[in-house]
Each structure stands twice: as structure tokens, then as C-alpha cells.
Write a protein that binds this ligand. Sequence first.
Ligand SMILES: [Zn+2]
Length: 559
Amino acid sequence: MKKSQADVVFTNGRVYTVDNQQPWSEAVAVSNGRFTAVGNAADISACIGPQTNVIDLGGKMVLPGFIDSHAHVSCTTNETASLEMFHLESLEDYLDAVREFATNHPEHEVIYGGGWHNDLFPPTGPVKKDLDAVVSDRPVCLMSEDGHFDWVNSKAIEMAGISKDTVAPAGGIIEKDPLTGEPSGTFRETARDLIQNVLPPFTVDQIKGSIRNFMQEAASVGITTVHDPLLILPDADGQLIGFGAGRNNIQAYAEMARDSELTVRVRGTVLTDPTLDADQVQAIKSVCEQQDNPLFKMTGIKVFVDGVVEGATAFLLEPYAHMPDTCGEPLWDLDNLKSLFAEAARERLQIHIHAIGDAAIRMSLDALEHARSTHGTLDSRHLITHLHILDRTDIPRMAALNVIGVPQPFWFVKGDYFHNLEARYLGLERAEKEYPMKSLKDAGILLAGASDYPVQVPSPPLLGIMLGVTRCEPGETDPNEILGPEERMTLEEMIACFTINGAHANFLEHETGSIEVGKNADMVVLENNLFEIPATEIANTKVLMTIFEGQSVYRDAAI
Ligand SMILES: [Zn+2]
């Protein structure tokens, strides 16, 4: 049969398709951004015509483009809009950087920034007086590395009208000076909104800058689809768990999709407010329905059920080891959560749940069970991300409810963070059981991989794939330093997490996630065949080329 001429043929590759019908092939043909043929080199040569661009892959490995199913792309800002602190390692460095940034940006009404490390400060967090010493005339608002706390100066506290008498909203903590009772400068979870709702948000252009920044990085590590779980309704001003500064992010994505500027496919979920009732689902639904560009769509709602271990805001079944009087608190009460989930299920919206502690995960499953009993089994693809501490008895419930798990394998190591913070806060025994993955997989739970960018920067999926397989620090040889050896995944399983399973989690399994005829031509070309190198070398493997919808969006000099 005569095959029609392709726009591009990629040949002489080791193509791991992630398609069970035909796991390996040598060549693919692409026309109009989609795969038109996948097979051996001889077959595909029939698609080559005089106009066809033929690319010789030189025997290199090809995978489907990677999917990051939970990355806060738009709630970061590029270096011109905010101060990036992830790479800094001391209070002195932070203060120098804030001073310098403020001097270089007299036009910024607010000094925004983020990435400071929790383990450099006492459990009560950093203090305002350190910031006051470097910037006192303008508000400063710096987000922690995990995105759950803000460190602010006195000017920000004053603009927000917060005093020692201000009571923190439910689910939030205002850290106070033990002597004066005044806010000391750290605001946790919902308490951040007292500040963020008052300060001017990032502009659409500033947010576009952060998305462009991410796209560049994404292309260089092979990501072609991403889920942004922190979209904010443009007129929202309630409890947004401190993400109010991102109020223009839906507009930024929508304009970039309209202008064909996106070089990653974006799916997103819209943040819900724990102080509002289930009616908020209607407002979210109508905003979701306004976006129907294949490059950018919204699939449903995002719900923070708890906080994070490092602020003792994750909701646990047993108390924290360093604070035996607290188990943390959920950000929602169970009845509200049940009504919210039932309403979202009724409107066929996907529910994207942040749950870290075992009590938060159980509560999420209780609410999902309620939604199912009210509206039956729908193809809703609800998912729980993070899943740090999970009571084993909840695993079969999660499977029975068809809940997708979205873990961040980047964290599956016993590094400094584990020893200095997680083991101290949770107790070693509980910390050793963190981050189950294989047991979820074996129970039949679909797992999609994610980085939680910018908690993880950079966030190459190959590192996530490697750590899911090894569960130890790169270069570690001591078997005692493997975090839960029985939870290690195979390479095939980890590749599926960052490709086809991610596609499923984002309702994109007919569009991407495997190399199959009819799907978008999203591919990544790698220096080494991952199946022929030691697992510890996976993250060192170079991405040589990233193809998004048939177009090269990244090309290393070596190819
Ligand atoms: Zn997150």
C-alpha cells in the first residue's frame, strides 16, 4: 500500500513507544504534528517523499514526551518579577539578595520572592526584623521552598493591618514573638491570605514571564505536557492558602494558548476556598468552560486538605514527634469537604487533592466515598497528590474508588531534609515509611509522576524516574540509606508514570503519552538507552532533543 508523504520522518532510533501492542520500533513518520506511522525503518521509508525532512536518530533512545502531573508553573515568577532564593543557603545570603533585588527594582511595588529553606530556621520560622534591616519602605513577601509559608517584613504587616490581636483564620498560623505577642514575620497556610489579598497581584505579563521560563526548562528536560494545580479565579479574594498573588494566571495561559505561544500542553485545576460553600463549584465550572483551546484546558478543582510536614500543618493520625500535642489540622471540615466533592462530582469536574498526612488522606477518601454514593461511579479521575504518610488500610479504599495517585519521586531519598527535618518531626520509624509507591501500584492504583515544581527546581523527569527506581541519594551505596526498599518501582513502571499514566490523569490518553499513530508527535530523544545503563545513571542521561507536536522545541548541540 502506498503511504502518503510525511512532513518529517525520524529514523534509526530505539523507540520505546509505551504502547503495549508494539513496545519498540525504529522509526516514526509525522504529519501535521501527529504520528502517521510507527514501525521498522524499512516500512517507514515508504513515507519519505521529496519534501520530507528525514532526521537520523543515530541509534538513540526515543520516549514519548514526559508529562509532569503536578507543577506550579504559574505561581512562580521569573527573575525579573521576583527574587528566586532556592539556590541560596543562609540567612545572610537571603538578606544580601533581598537588598540587591530591591535596589535593582525600584519599580516593584512589592518585593516578591520565594524558595527559602525551612531547615535554616527554628520551628517558628524566620522573622520580620531581619527583613526590616534591608527593606523597610516597601512590603517584602517571600514564599518558603514548599509554597506554604510567607516570610514578610513590618511594612507588609502594617499594610495588611495585622496586629498582635489579629486572630489567624482557620487552617492558618500567625507566628508571634514570645515576648511582645506581635506577629514575628512568618505566616502559615491560610494566614498568608491576610497579607496576599492586600498586596497587588502579579501582572499578566509577569506571569507570562514565569510560564516562558518554565517552558524553556521543560523543553530542555523533555516535558511536553504539564498540569498546573494552582489556577486562581480572577476575582477571588478569600482564603486562597496564600496564592492570591497569582490571580491573573488563567488569563496569562489563555492568552498564550490563543497566541500559539505554549510549547507545552497545559492542563490545570482551579483552587477552592475552604471558607466558601459548595456553590463556588459553579463559578469554577463556568471559568473552566470558557477555555477550550487544545493547548490549555481546565479539568476541575484543586483542594488543599492539609498543609506540609515542615510546618507541622500536615494532618496526621498520630501527633508530631517534636510537638506531641499536635496532629496538625485539616484546612476543611469534613462536612464542607463532602458537599464540595459531591457538587464537583455532580458537575463532572475532576478533583485534584493535596493530602500529605494519613489523616488528611483518610478524610479525602471519606469525602470521595460520599461523592460516589451520591452521584455514582463516573469517569472523573479524581486524584490525590503528595501521599507522604498513608495508613495501609486506606490503600484498598483508594483503589476501590479509582483514585489516581500523584507522588513526587524526587523526594524519595534519605538526604539532609529527611534526617534534619522529616525524621525529627515525624519520628524515625514513621519517616522510614514515607512515600509508598510500589504498594499503591500493586493494589491496582494508577500512578502519575510529578515534580511539584518549583518545590523541585530543576525538575527533570529522568531524575524522578531514577529516584522512583532507586529510592536513595544519587551515589549512595549504603543499603540502609534506601528509603523503603520494598517500595522501589521498575524502570518500565516509572516511565509509564511520567508518560501514559500522566496522560490518563489529564484526560489526554488519546492525545499523548505514548508513540502511536494518531497521537500528537510528542517525543524526547535521549543520549543513552535507559534499559542498558545502571539505574544510578538514568538522571545523568542527556536529553538530546524534545519534540512537541512534531516541532523541535529543544536540541542539544550533540545531535
Ligand atoms: Zn503542590
